[in-house]
Design a protein around this ligand. Structure first.
Ligand code: AMP
Ligand code: MG
Length: 334
C-alpha cells in the first residue's frame, strides 16, 4: 500500500505534546509510527491489534516467523501481556527498566499470534527514551516494534535512516536525531531456566548475574532454537561484509574478494594510505561510541557504492560482545 509518510521532528529531551498526541492517535487507529528508543529506532503498531502488526511485517518485508518485541510504558503493564509474571521478572524490571533489556516470558491470550510468530512466549521491554515513553503513554496501548529498517538491512539509528528505508510505507516518523546506544536491546529468555541471553546488548551477562545467577549465552544450539530472529540474515548492507582480526593494507588485500571500491571500518585509520581504492570509515576507540556509529558506518559505505566492506574486529568486553554479534551477522550470508 502506498502511503504519504509524515516526518515530525521532536525534541529528544522534551518531546512536543502536539506531535506525540498525533502519533498516539495514528497508533490507536491501527497505523504505523517510527520512533526513537535509546537502542535503535523502532517501527511501532498497537500490539493488541493483529491487523496493525501485520502491516509492520509488510512495510519491512519481515518474515512472519520472526517475532516482535512489545514496548510498555510501565512495569505493571506486564500483567496484560504475561501469564503469571515470575518474581525474577520484577527483580529485573526493578534494576534495568526503563532501559535496554527485553524479557521473554509466557504470553497471555491477549497477545495476538502474529506478534509472537505463533510462539507461546512474548518479548517485552520498557524503553527509557523520552519520546518512546511519551508515545506509548499517549497511545494508551502496548506498542509492538521491531527495528525501523528494511528486513535484512542495518538497523536505523537516525530519523534519516528510517526515512530512507520506509518512506512511502508507513504513516509517521518521529525524528529526534541520533539514538543513545546504537545496538538493539539485550534479549533475555526467562520463560525457562536457566535464563538465556538470546541476543547480546548494552545490558551484559555480568550486569545480569548478580541479580539472577548464571545465564546461558546465545551460541548454544538450544538457545538459538528459542530465538527465531537469529536464524535470519540481519544487519547487512548491500556490499559484502568481511570481518578481519588483523589490520592493515596487507590484511585488506588478503581478504579482498570483490572488484571495485573497498570500504574499511577501522579504529586505526592511520594504517591505511590515502588511496582511491579505499573508503575509510574511522571509528572511535571507545566501544560505547563505536556502537553508536556502527550501523551509520555500514549505511554510509553502501551510499558510497563500495562493493565490499572490510571491518576490523573489536574486543569482546562490555558492549563489544553486542558489536561483534552484529558484525558477525552482517558478514554472514544467511
Ligand atoms: P528486532 O526486529 O530487531 O526488534 O528483533 C527482535 C528480536 O527479538 C529478534 O531477534 C526476535 O527473534 C526476538 N524475539 C522477539 N520475540 C521473541 C520471543 N517471543 N521469543 C524469542 N525471541 C523473541
Ligand atoms: Mg531488527
Amino acid at each position: 500500500m502506498k502511503h504519504h509518510t509524515l516526518l515530525l521532528r521532536v525534541d529528544p529531551l522534551d518531546p512536543e505534546t502536539a506531535a506525540i498526541s498525533r502519533a498516539g492517535e495514528v497508533i490507536r487507529r491501527g497505523g504505523l509510527v517510527a520512533f526513537p528508543t535509546e537502542t535503535v529506532y523502532g517501527l511501532g503498531a498497537n500490539a493488541l491489534d493483529a491487523e496493525a502488526v501485520r502491516r509492520i511485517f509488510a512495510a519491512k518485508g519481515r518474515p512472519l516467523d520472526n517475532p516482535i518485541i512489545v514496548h510498555v510504558g510501565r512495569p505493571d503493564d506486564l500483567a496484560t501481556l504475561v501469564e503469571d509474571v515470575p518474581a525474577q521478572a520484577f527483580d529485573l524490571a526493578e534494576t534495568f527498566w526503563p532501559g535496554p533489556l527485553t524479557l521473554v516470558l509466557k504470553k497471555t491470550a491477549k497477545v495476538p499470534d502474529v506478534v509472537t510468530a505463533g510462539q507461546e512466549t512474548v518479548a517485552v521491554r520498557m524503553p527509557r527514551n523520552k519520546v518512546a515513553l511519551a508515545l506509548i503513554r499517549a497511545s494508551g496501548v502496548p506498542i509492538a516494534a521491531p527495528s525501523a529498517n528494511l528486513s535484512e538491512r542495518p538497523s536505523s539509528t537516525t530519523g534519516d535512516h528510517v526515512f530512507h528505508d520506509l518512506s512511502g510505507k508507513i504513516d509517521l516518523v518521529l525524528d529526534a536525531g541520533p539514538v543513545e546506544i546504537g545496538v538493539e536491546s539485550t534479549v533475555l529468555d526467562i520463560s525457562t531456566q536457566p535464563p538465556a541471553i538470546l541476543r547480546p546488548g548494552a545490558v551484559t551477562a555480568e550486569d545480569l548475574e548478580p541479580i539472577i545467577g548464571p545465564v546461558l549465552m546465545g551460541a548454544q544450539k538450544e538457545v538459538l532454537a528459542r530465538s527465531p530472529g537469529t536464524r535470519h540474515r540481519h544487519y547487512s548492507p548491500r556490499a559484502r561484509v568481511v570481518l578481519i582480526e588483523e589490520e592493515g593494507p596487507a590484511a585488506v588485500e588478503r581478504y579482498t574478494i570483490e572488484g571495485g571500491k573497498i570500504g574499511i571500518i577501522t579504529r586505526r585509520p592511520d594504517l591505511y594510505p590515502d588511496d582511491q581504492a579505499f573508503v575509510v570509515q574511522a571509528m572511535p576507540a571507545d566501544l560505547e561510541q563505536y556502537a553508536r556509529q556502527m550501523f551509520a558506518a555500514l549505511r554510509l559505505l553502501d551510499e558510497e557504492g563500495v562493493s565490499q566492506i572490510i571491518v576490523a574486529a573489536v574486543e569482546e568486553t562490555g558492549i563489544g560482545v553486542a558489536i561483534m554479534d552484529r558484525l558477525r551477522r552482517a558478514a554472514s550470508d544467511k
